[in-house]
Every structure is written in structure tokens, then in C-alpha cells.
Design a protein around this ligand. Structure first.
Ligand SMILES: [Zn+2]
Length: 86
């Protein structure tokens, strides 16, 4: 969500309730693999509960996460987003 010029302007940084560096943010998710424009992901985590992230935004970046660079793993431009709803 954002503006036509920056459609992700209102998305905040990585979900990080424990004030950790990347890639240890609670919201850092496993890499997403796609094929012909389609991707699917599932994961298990004990870093947050479903209720903690309702209303948060999921962002997909255009490049792989290097799991080192701050603040987002040098993962390139934001290419898609969605809001987590119940
Ligand atoms: Zn992160």
C-alpha cells in the first residue's frame, strides 16, 4: 500500500519485536522460490503467533536475501505486497 509513485511507501520495515538485526527479525521469512510467475510458501516458526501479524504487510523483494546486509539483506526492489487478514 502506498502511492502510485511508490506503491510500497506505507509498508514499514521488517517485523522486529525483539529489536534484532537482519536476518534475525521475527518477520524474516524463508526464501521464496518461483516458477513461471507462480510461487507458494509455507513455514513453521516460533518467532510470532498468527494473531501477532494480522494486519501486517508481506513484501516480496526482487532479489535474493544475502542474509547479511542491513536492513533487508540487499534483496532489491519491492515487487509485490499483501496484507495478512484473518
Ligand atoms: Zn529482516
Amino acid at each position: 500500500m502506498g502511492t502510485p509513485e511508490d506503491p510500497f511507501a506505507l509498508a514499514e520495515g521488517h517485523y522486529n519485536p525483539d529489536n534484532c538485526p537482519h536476518p534475525y527479525h521475527a518477520g524474516d521469512l524463508p526464501p521464496l522460490f518461483g516458477n513461471k510467475g507462480i510461487a507458494w510458501s509455507a513455514f513453521l516458526t516460533d518467532r510470532f503467533r498468527v494473531g501477532d501479524v494480522i494486519g501486517k504487510t508481506v513484501i516480496i523483494h526482487g532479489s535474493p536475501d544475502d542474509f547479511t546486509s542491513q536492513p533487508a539483506g540487499n534483496s532489491g526492489e519491492k515487487i509485490a505486497c499483501g496484507v495478512i487478514v484473518r
